[in-house]
Design a binder for this molecule. Structure first.
Ligand code: HC1
Length: 574
């Protein structure tokens, strides 16, 4: 420990820490815009300036190391004036159309301007008035709102291990963008949206389909089916001031019904279906000797990573469409047939915690019998906005059930949205179906938790099956490099976002300046809601889901049947 003085108070802080962390730990809320612990430590925004005794200039606290006897002053008139001036300078070139901005009332720059008492005054620099770049189906870039904090660049490179952003040009003209300012859809971006979560303003936002979804809901000639991903039920509550991880499944169903959707279903149903297909695919590959490892295909960010960086492993990816796509395909075939609806008049909307799902829905592979499986994907944030637009406070809604049959799910399906959950769900069913030694076992704690790469072994059909789980693409890349070096696994789950879908790029943004990126703790607290859901269910294995059993009986025959392959499977090409 090191002894320092903050505003003349003696405190002990960890050796090696910086002044910003030291002050925050001791209750001083020093503002910052660019700093991300261990990820972005360039000290570029200068918002966190403090006075250090003995130093002539103000110093950026995030890059100033603590030393024995250091005396820091955090709130002198000079510091207050400087912070205000720095923010005013940022605002002087910022597009300040706050009232119509996607991040209005949830913007770190806006909050900070308020905190430091910034005034429009004399600082009327040249505003950037470039139109937003709306070229791909997942992320919109608005350079007029970029404050060059470079958090997007740091998250993409240092956390996700991708690195599509870098600073281009100099001075006022600087933009943080892909090389040659190409669109994110034309570079190796995996669409995960972690940059959107890290952006303090609305320079990066999801491509919104709110207007399109209202339009189809209002169209009486359309039957609009909504499916909500497993992660939504434990995260959307945050948008309505509920504690992180609060389970709101039944209120969610009630809210969607009040929005005017014709059928209110849950992707969790299709997660159970995925387990039937993927579980049988695994058993088939184990019998036939490959290609192994089988790698999960639920996460579209991971698929894109594989296509860009590991094309030699494309055949290892499960041919199963993701649950979202399986759901869409089944809704427009089985459910449409059952209800006597022309699939051309059916619109499927997915509510996903994920920006990459918007990309997935638009992929050419995601069609069945010439009809698009999923028409629109909206994020958790977009759904919260839509509910608020029609004056709904989610927490005050009554509890209602999802519609049947595509709204019924097991506890295993709920786990899909947390890292290790797809694997746990698959192993529960595989063990039960093969009557393995551990057939009664339900929980696989070794596959849970925050470790970047988790490993386990199970006995299946007399064979030892080696499992691995990776979350966050940086960890995924570590695992893939191990595969390339010859390490052997049989079944791998990869999710592009840290913590799995609970930490997806479409999830609520906290706007907490002290936690400028979604922390692992926050992600884990959402996951706790899912574990509680699973634990509270009688039906905890996917193959026990009566709605899934019925679909096979009425329509698909059996897992991996010809029809199942036509509707529920696809093929990626490198
Ligand atoms: Fe996911 Fe999935 S769990 S990918 O994280 O397999 O987005 O929640 O919907 O498709 O079920 C996301 C979540 C989601 C799919 C499922």
């Amino acid at each position: 420990l090191v002894n320092i003085f903050i505003n003349d108070e003696p405190v002990k802080v960890d050796k090696g820490t910086n002044v910003l962390e030291a002050c925050r730990e001791n209750g001083y809320e020093i503002p910052s815009l660019c700093y991300l612990k261990d990820l972005n430590t360039a000290g570029s925004c200068r918002v966190c300036v403090v006075e250090i005794e003995g130093s002539r200039n103000l110093q950026a606290a995030c890059v100033y190391p603590v030393t024995e006897g250091l005396r820091v002053h955090t709130n002198t008139p000079r510091v207050r004036r400087a912070r205000r001036r720095v923010v005013e300078l940022l605002l002087s070139e910022h597009n300040r159309e706050c009232t119509t901005c996607a991040r209005n009332l949830n913007c770190e720059l806006q909050t900070l301007a308020n905190k430091v008492g910034a005034r429009d005054g004399k600082l009327t620099g040249q505003h950037r008035h470039v139109p937003p770049v709306v070229k791909n189906p997942f992320i919109v870039r608005d350079y007029s709102k970029c404050i060059k904090c470079r958090r997007c660049e740091a998250i993409c490179k240092n956390k996700q291990g991708i690195g599509v952003y870098s600073p281009l040009y100099r001075g006022y003209d600087t933009v943080i963008a892909p090389a040659f300012q190409r669109d994110l859809g034309d570079v190796a971006c995996i669409a995960c949206g972690q940059c959107v979560l890290a952006c303090p303003t609305a320079s990066l936002t999801e491509r919104s389909y709110i207007d399109e979804v209202w339009k189809v809901i209002e169209d009486p000639s359309k039957h609009v089916v909504v499916q909500t991903a497993p992660a939504i039920q434990v995260s959307i509550g945050e948008e309505f001031n509920l504690p992180v991880g609060t389970v709101v499944s039944e209120k969610l169903a009630a809210g969607l019904r009040r929005m005017g959707f014709d059928s209110v279903f849950s992707t969790d149903f299709a997660a159970d279906l995925t387990i039937m297909e993927e579980g049988h695919e695994l058993l088939e590959r184990l019998d036939k000797g490959g290609p192994l490892p089988l790698i999960s295909s639920c996460s579209p960010g991971w698929i894109k990573l594989c296509e860009h960086f590991y094309p030699e492993y494309i055949d290892n990816i499960s041919t199963c469409k993701s649950p979202m796509e399986m759901f869409g395909a089944l809704a427009k075939t089985y459910y449409a047939e059952q209800q006597g609806i022309d699939p051309k008049d059916m619109v499927v909307v997915g509510v996903m915690p994920c920006t990459a799902k918007k990309f997935e829905a638009a992929r050419p592979e995601m069609e069945t019998y010439g009809i698009r499986d999923v028409d629109y994907v909206i994020t958790t944030r977009e759904l919260a906005k839509m509910l608020k637009q029609i004056d709904i406070d989610l927490k005050k809604l009554p509890d209602e059930n999802f519609d049947q049959p595509l709204g019924l799910s097991s506890g295993a399906a709920n786990l899909f949205a947390t890292s290790g959950g797809v694997m746990e769900a698959a192993i529960r069913t595989a063990l039960a179906l093969t009557e393995g030694k551990e057939m009664g076992r339900l929980e696989f704690k070794e596959l849970r938790g925050t470790e970047g790469v988790k490993e386990a072994e199970v006995e299946l059909k007399g064979k030892t099956v080696r499992l691995a789980v990776a979350h966050g693409t940086r960890n995924a890349r570590k695992l893939m490099e191990r595969l390339k070096k010859g390490e052997k696994f049989d079944f791998i789950e990869i999710m592009a976002c840290a913590g799995g879908c609970v930490g997806g790029g479409g999830q609520p943004i906290t706007n907490d300046p002290e936690k400028p990126e979604l922390t692992m703790e926050h992600r884990s607290n959402r996951a706790k809601g899912l574990f509680a859901l699973d634990l509270g269910k009688k039906m905890r294995r996917s193959h026990e889901n009566p709605a899934v059993i019925q679909v096979y009986k009425d329509y698909l025959g059996k897992p991996m049947s010809k029809k199942a392959k036509e509707i529920l499977h696809t093929k990626y090409t490198a």
